[in-house]
Design a protein around this ligand. Structure first.
Ligand code: PLP
Length: 382
């Protein structure tokens, strides 16, 4: 158990709620979840499914109708032909990290993961007894990484590379041009890739999502993690999936049988509606995130001591706060207590997050403006 890490967002949420209970007003910019309601057609589909008796166990890898809908979605979304037996449906996208790393990586092997990056990757790598190898992301490269640095980190023990685009916590996006050379390295060194694409529909400025799985030689070595939490505002439904070679899907299914048996049946039917029904609400949620991104980036850049890169995807900003000359963790606490703004220290995502904070802009423009002006006032008192 001592090898397991955690997600600081949940800890900060508890601290913030504590302050709220004492009467303090807090703007929540710590947790990565859309503030929108799940679209009504999806909610109605779930209600109908419950009324029709979809309240029993289902097949471990997922209901056939959802696996088929996901395979077709992947075809449309990333342009890769996938069969339903390559899809495993899980309660949220997160179990795919756990299952895929357990299924593929042995004790003593190495896994390269983004730093700063989603903390659960490193946690699970440690749990299986493998060695986490951080791959530094560079602000000046739009929070992408140097391909030469990746090449240097690959050893004969490297079993897996974890990619996440668009990225949490930086909002960085890997382009088609970035992914080509990465794919070549993966093939050349026989490295598996866990490609976390959970934010792939939340992308701005005309950028197009590309999956590394579509490059030559990659379909057979890539596990795509995706899900419904972010794009469809369905965090509490717990519905996600992985797309992988069929043989890996069998192993992941075995893990699922041992861990959860299956994902809730009526939730899966809601997932079919999410993928096959109207997509208008997804588009309007993304348009609203885009508007908020511009407000928060401009507002942060107007605060002395903060420099904020404009992210191309997801709903996070990762401002550079080194000019304030305080440790990130101290600043996050200070802003919570003194400005009533809950955000995360960049170090919650790895040592390369020092000098940064992470704010989620999955909150209203009105609340974002309140947060910006109280942060400006509190930082002026430093
Ligand atoms: N991957 C990344 C990069 C995330 O940020 C998150 C959630 O915050 C997940 C996966 C997990 O999503 P889910 O809620 O579907 O388990």
């Amino acid at each position: 158990m001592t090898k397991l890490g955690t997600e600081t967002a949940f800890e900060v949420l508890v601290k913030a709620r504590d302050l709220e209970a004492k009467g303090k007003k807090i703007v929540h910019l710590e947790i990565g979840e859309p503030d929108f309601d799940t679209p009504s057609n999806i909610r109605e589909a779930a209600k109908r499914a419950i009324d029709r008796g979809w309240t029993h166990y289902g097949p471990a890898p997922g209901l056939p109708e959802l696996r088929k809908a996901i395979a077709e979605f992947i075809g449309r979304h990333i342009g890769m032909r996938v069969l339903p037996d390559q899809v495993v449906v899980t309660p949220g996208g997160k179990p795919i990290m756990f299952f895929a790393i357990f299924a593929v990586v042995d004790e003593g092997e190495e896994v390269i993961h983004p730093d700063p990056g989603f903390p659960i990757y490193e946690s699970v790598i440690n749990l299986v007894g493998a060695k986490p190898v951080p791959l530094p992301l560079k602000e000046e490269k739009g929070f992408r990484f140097d391909i030469d640095e990746l090449e240097r980190l690959i050893t004969p023990k490297t079993r897996m590379l974890i990619l996440n685009s668009p990225q949490n916590p930086t909002g960085g996006v890997l382009s088609k041009e970035d992914l080509g050379p990465i794919a070549e390295l993966a093939v050349q060194h026989d490295v598996a890739v866990l490609s976390d694409e959970i934010y792939s529909r939340i992308i701005y400025d005309g950028f197009e999502h590309t999956s590394i799985a579509t490059f030559p030689g990659m379909a057979e070595r890539t596990i795509i993690l995706d899900g419904f939490s972010k794009a469809f505002a369905m965090t509490g439904w717990r519905l996600g999936f992985g797309v992988m070679p069929a043989v890996v899907a069998e192993a992941v299914t075995q893990m699922q049988i041992n861990a959860t048996s299956c994902t809730a049946s009526f939730t899966q039917l809601a997932g079919v509606e999410a993928l096959t029904g109207p997509q208008k609400e997804v588009d309007s949620m993304v348009a609203e995130f885009h508007r908020r991104r511009d407000v928060i980036v401009d507002g942060l850049n107007a605060i002395r001591g903060i420099r904020c890169h404009k992210p191309l995807g997801a709903f996070y900003v990762f401002p550079n706060v080194t000019a304030l000359r305080k440790p990130s963790r101290w600043l996050a606490d200070y802003l919570l207590n003194e400005a009533g703004v809950a955000g995360l220290s960049g170090t919650a995502f790895g040592p390369h997050g020092e000098g940064y904070l992470r704010f989620s802009y999955a909150n209203s423009v009105e609340n974002i403006r309140i947060a910006l002006s109280s942060m400006k006032a509190a930082l002026a008192r430093l």
